[in-house]
Design a protein around this ligand. Sequence first.
Ligand code: C2E
Ligand code: MG
Ligand code: MG
Ligand code: MG
Length: 280
Amino acid sequence: QRARSQKEAVQFFEPEIQAASYRALHIATALKRAVAKGELRLYYQPIVDPRTGDYEGVEALVRWQSAELGWVSPLDFIDIAENTGDIVAIGHHILREACNQVRRWQLQGRDIRVSVNVSPVQFGAPDFVASVAHCLQEAGLEADRLKLEITERLLLSSSETVRHKCEQLAKMGIRLAMDDFGTGYSSLSYLRDLPFDIVKIDQGFVRHMTRNSRDKALVRGIIDLAHQLGITVIAEGVEEHAQVELLTRFGCDLMQGYYFSKPVPADQLFSEKESSSCSD
Ligand code: C2E
Ligand code: MG
Ligand code: MG
Ligand code: MG
């Protein structure tokens, strides 16, 4: 009886659903070896102070070039790594590499912070706080150089444990940024309950803000609200000069997007900036 209904269920699979699940399986399998094979690399995108053009920090964004699958976007493999649990090891590897890189920049006299994206599953691991402390210590990096970007999805499981971990991290001097602000279900209660220092306005609001008056009002409102709470605001996905002007007028603290730079490998980050400022 059971075998039969399973067989029937299988027949409902459309070819494209089947292809998608084969790909997911390929990704999951190849990902198991990606860290060991050195296939995961970090790119860095500047977070810019629009008043000075200085880089306040960088966001580390993972890139995977798989021998078998070619380039795979984090949008396609982070979810899968969360389901298999491999995100815990991958996330640790990313955090470690990002801390080491910022320390190398520091030793070259570059004063910069790094933001690292943390998956809810990684955050939920019992030893997450200890593993962050370990990465900092190993790199010889001060805690206030590190920002952790957390999406509102984390907070779906908004529990005492989540709050306790956030407080421990904050007490260590690490900054907490709420990523993709405004796209979740209860952004405001998270701002009320958890010690966030930064909100990142999702690029979905920034994209049309110069043309759409509702988006414009929302962006302005988010900036004012955050400032009332003493929270720094970063606008994501800034691509046009008109967005920079409007965001500056609204008092947005920091900006990130292709207008300033795409994410680039570590060795290109400052060379691009310095060659562009030399040429003008
Ligand atoms: P996110 O953290 O919100 O990162 C911003 C994404 O927007 C990045 O995509 C970045 O390349 C892209 N972006 C930056 N500026 C612009 C712009 O001006 N226009 C447009 N259209 N896009 C822009 P990416 O690198 O593909 O990453 C996508 C998402 O994957 C990230 O969203 C983050 O949620 C996740 N992710 C990336 N790296 C990591 C990682 O190391 N760990 C974890 N857990 N998640 C990661
Ligand atoms: Mg992010
Ligand atoms: Mg974001
Ligand atoms: Mg995003």
